[in-house]
Write a protein that binds this ligand. Structure first.
Ligand code: ZN
Ligand code: ZN
Length: 381
C-alpha cells in the first residue's frame, strides 16, 4: 500500500492555517486539476482526488483535530481511507465550492415541470395562406390520467422518493476521467418511484388522446413559417403547465400563381397578333379577375407589374405586387385562312425588315466570321 502523503503537504498549508485559508487553497488546486479541464490527464485527476481527500479532513474542524493528534490512523478503521469512491462523489460533497451545487446533498426539488412541446404540419393552398383561414388541426397528445390525476400511483397511494438517487432524479457518474450527470436508472429521472401503479395508465400518469383544435391562420403566411398554439402541447408534471403546439406551414403550389415572398407571378398567354397589335385581356387574381391592357408591340416575357395585388406580409403589413408575365404563343396549328394571312404577313416582313432584326444580323456578321457569307444572306431573307 502506498504511503499516504501528509494532508498539509498535499494542500501546501501550514498546521496553523485557518479553515478559511484551507478552503481557499483547496479551491485553487481543485479548479486547476478539475477533470473537466484536464481531460485524459490521470495525474491531474489524482491530484484532484488527493486534494479533495485532504480538504475533507482539514476543512472539517472535528476531523482536523483527530488528524492533528493521530495522523491518518486517527481517521477511522481504514487508516483514513478516501471517503470518495470517485470524482462524482467529490462533486457531490464539494460542488458548492465550484459553484455548481452539490448533487445528493442539496437534492433537487421536483417542482412543477412544463409539458413537452409538440409539432405538427399544416398544408394550406395559396388562397388560404394569402387571405388567412380557420382550420381544424387533429393531433395526438397526452392527457392527464383521470384515475390518478397524473401521479401514476393507484388512488390512495402516492409516489415515493427514489432510494437510489434520494429524489434528485440525477446521478453523477464518472466514466473514466469524465464526470457525467445522468438520469437516475432506478426512477428514470423522476426522483420518485411508484410502488402501487395506477391501473388505468400503468404508472405513466397520462393517456393518449386525439383532439381537434381550431386554429386561426393569419393572412399572408408562407412556407416554413411556424404558428404557436400556446398551451396545446403535452400536459406538465407536478401541476406544471402544458407545453405548446408548433404548427409548421406548408403552402401547396398553385397552378396559376407562383409565389415569391409577398409577390405573385402569373404567366398569361397571349397570341402573336395580340402582342403585336395590343389588346385588353382578362387576367385572374387570387380573389377574382381583372381587365388588363396589353400594349401594342409587347415582347415575349414582358412583365406588367400590378402594384398591391400580391400578398400582405403578416408581420410588416407590406403588400406585394402581382407580376403578369406575358407569354407570346406561336400557333402550332392553323386553318387555311390563318395560314394565308400569315404568309401574306411574311411577304411584308420580307420587304420591311424590322429594325431590331436588322441590327441583330449585322452584329452576327461583325462578331462571327462565318465561312460562307451566303449563308447569312439566306438567314437574313
Ligand atoms: Zn393513472
Ligand atoms: Zn432515482
Amino acid at each position: 500500500m502506498v504511503e499516504k502523503r501528509d494532508y498539509y503537504e498535499v494542500l501546501g498549508v501550514t498546521r496553523e492555517a485557518s479553515v478559511v485559508e484551507i478552503k481557499k487553497v483547496y479551491r485553487k488546486i481543485a479548479i486547476k486539476n478539475h477533470p473537466d479541464r484536464n481531460p485524459g490527464d490521470e495525474e491531474a485527476v489524482n491530484r484532484f482526488k488527493e486534494a479533495s481527500e485532504a480538504y475533507d479532513v482539514l476543512g472539517n474542524p472535528d476531523k482536523k483535530a483527530k488528524y492533528d493528534r493521530y495522523g491518518h490512523a486517527g481517521l477511522g478503521a481504514g487508516g483514513g481511507g478516501s471517503p470518495f469512491h470517485d470524482v462524482g462523489d467529490i462533486f457531490e460533497a464539494f460542488g458548492d465550492i465550484f459553484g455548481f451545487g452539490g448533487g445528493r446533498k442539496s437534492g433537487r426539488s421536483r417542482g412543477p415541470v412544463r409539458g413537452d412541446h409538440l409539432q405538427t404540419t399544416m398544408e394550406l393552398d395559396l388562397l388560404e395562406a394569402a387571405f388567412g383561414c380557420k382550420k381544424t388541426i387533429t393531433i395526438k397528445r397526452h392527457k392527464l390520467c383521470d384515475t390518478c390525476n397524473g401521479s401514476g400511483a393507484k388512488p390512495g397511494s402516492s409516489p415515493e422518493t427514489c432510494d437510489y438517487c434520494q429524489g434528485a432524479g440525477q446521478v453523477v457518474q464518472s466514466q473514466g476521467l469524465f464526470r457525467m450527470q445522468t438520469p437516475c436508472p432506478n426512477c428514470g429521472g423522476e426522483g420518485t418511484v411508484i410502488a402501487d401503479k395506477c391501473t388505468t395508465c400503468w404508472g405513466a400518469g397520462f393517456e393518449n388522446e386525439e383532439v381537434e383544435l381550431d386554429a386561426t391562420i393569419p393572412a399572408g403566411v408562407d412556407n416554413g413559417m411556424q404558428l404557436c398554439l400556446r398551451g396545446e402541447g403535452n400536459p406538465g408534471k407536478g401541476g406544471g403547465p402544458r407545453g405548446d403546439l408548433y404548427v409548421q406551414i406548408d403552402v401547396k403550389d398553385h397552378p396559376l400563381f407562383q409565389r415569391e415572398g409577398i409577390h405573385l407571378i402569373c404567366r398569361v398567354p397571349i397570341t402573336f397578333s395580340q402582342a403585336a397589335l395590343g389588346t385588353e385581356i382578362e387576367i385572374p387574381l387570387l380573389d377574382g379577375k381583372k381587365k388588363l391592357k396589353i400594349p401594342a408591340g409587347t415582347q415575349p416575357h414582358d412583365m406588367i407589374r400590378l402594384a398591391g395585388l400580391g400578398i400582405t406580409d403578416p408581420q410588416t403589413r407590406r403588400t406585394g405586387d402581382l407580376h403578369v408575365e406575358l407569354h407570346v404563343e406561336v400557333p402550332k396549328k392553323m386553318n387555311e385562312e390563318q395560314e394565308r394571312l400569315l404568309r401574306e404577313l411574311a411577304e411584308h416582313d420580307h420587304v420591311n425588315v424590322g429594325h431590331k432584326r436588322k441590327s441583330f444580323w449585322e452584329h452576327v456578321k461583325e462578331l462571327i466570321h462565318w465561312e460562307n457569307d451566303e449563308e447569312i444572306q439566306e438567314e437574313e431573307n
